[in-house]
Design a binder for this molecule. Structure first.
Ligand SMILES: O=P(O)(O)OP(=O)(O)OP(=O)(O)OC[C@H]1O[C@@H](n2cnc3c(O)ncnc32)[C@H](O)[C@@H]1O
Ligand SMILES: [Mg+2]
Length: 220
């Protein structure tokens, strides 16, 4: 009975996909974020995909309160608000840095522990003085909302590594100067975009999203 119901739901969903328009309108997607660093990475990561990402603040000024308890909830909040406001597909990214020795903090509060990138980095380093255990991971959760069919796509990506003893490097944004990805001895800010875009939490999530969209023929 339960399996039958499940199959019915999946088939109904597929029929909706065939009849409804679940493709991207003009392949334009608003990137529902105010973070230009994220946007710049996203444009490169979507590189070959038939998607034109538009930076949300270039279209409208909206503030979305991120009151969710998880990255996915916050990503969905951001994408839903922008998709509704503009009537076009919206992609949001909610991300954060999880430090083992700090009980996975700052985590979902990564943007809220301090006012700017420099103070956020100081917040992490000051809480880790003399700590030998420096394992950490970056998380990126993406939500794509297609408003005409109310479809929602959610994926997450992770990147494991450790926290440097001090900030190093000038590239990237946010916590990049203190995050050393596994297999390297330099920070993301020292390694630069080429390597970051190959191994980052965001690149893993974008690849997963594109695979799902391709499998469902949403990207054309
Ligand atoms: O919500 P939007 O407008 O997208 O932009 P934001 O900067 O507020 O982004 P989040 O709410 O997702 O908070 C994530 C925090 O983690 C930081 N962060 C996210 N991804 C990062 C990355 O790839 N490298 C370094 N720091 C990152 C980012 O700078 C924020 O301080
Ligand atoms: Mg935010």
């Amino acid at each position: 009975m339960a399996i039958g119901a499940q199959i019915l739901i999946i088939s109904f969903y597929d029929v909706l996909c065939l009849w409804g328009d679940c493709s991207l309108v003009n392949n334009k997607v608003v990137f529902a974020s105010k973070n230009k660093g994220k946007y710049n990475e996203m444009v490169v990561l979507f590189g070959e995909a038939p998607v034109e990402l538009v930076f949300a603040p270039d279209l409208m000024d909206i503030d979305v309160e991120e009151y969710g308890n998880s990255y996915s909830e916050n990503a969905l909040l951001k994408a839903s608000v922008w998709a509704k406001a503009l009537g076009m597909p919206a992609l949001a990214d909610d991300s954060g840095l999880e430090v083992d020795a700090l009980g996975k903090s700052p985590g979902v509060y990564s943007s809220r522990v301090a006012e700017d990138d420099e103070s956020r980095i100081a917040w992490v380093l000051n809480n880790m003085v003399d700590m030998k255990e420096r394992k950490a991971r970056f998380v990126a959760s993406l939500a794509l909302v297609l408003p005409r069919t109310n479809q929602v796509w959610l994926v997450s990506g992770f990147c494991y590594g450790q926290i440097a003893l001090s900030g190093r490097g000038a590239e990237g944004f946010g916590y990049d100067p203190i995050f050393i990805p596994k297999g390297y001895d330099k920070t993301f800010a020292e390694l630069g975009h080429g390597i970051k875009n190959r191994v980052s939490h965001r690149s893993v999530a974008v690849r997963a999203l594109c695979d799902m969209l391709n499998a469902r023929s949403v990207l054309k």
